[in-house]
Design a protein around this ligand. Structure first.
Ligand SMILES: [Zn+2]
Length: 107
């Protein structure tokens, strides 16, 4: 990687971690971890206005954290990238042992 490519790489890494650190986006990603949902279903489940949900979904899609598929007239979103699933599952497992007051080696 040349300097420019390296900078782009780090910028995108940082962007992905920022995407994961937002309350609404994290809730969306956790919801989509096992099942695809329509925008309306996400809106109802999270109790957040549709404009905000649509805005966040567009950002997540732009960075390939979610993908969408049109079924009938509805757009369904899912989390189908194994890299992002791994990040979320690993983070969830880490948080579980931290909340139990245990170190990684004690789990
Ligand atoms: Zn850990």
């Amino acid at each position: 990687m040349n300097t420019n490519e390296e900078q782009n790489f780090k910028n995108e890494m940082e962007a992905v971690f920022k995407l994961l650190s937002n309350h609404i986006r994290l809730n969306i990603l956790i919801m989509l971890e096992n099942k695809q949902f329509s925008v309306n279903e996400i809106v109802e489940a999270l109790g957040i206005p549709q404009s905000q949900i649509s805005h966040q979904l567009a950002i997540l899609k732009k960075h390939q954290l979610v993908s969408s598929q049109k079924i009938g007239k509805k757009n369904f979103y899912k989390l189908d990238d194994p890299h992002i699933l791994n990040v979320i599952e690993s983070t969830a497992n880490h948080v579980k042992h931290v909340l139990q007051g245990k170190s990684h080696s004690e789990v």
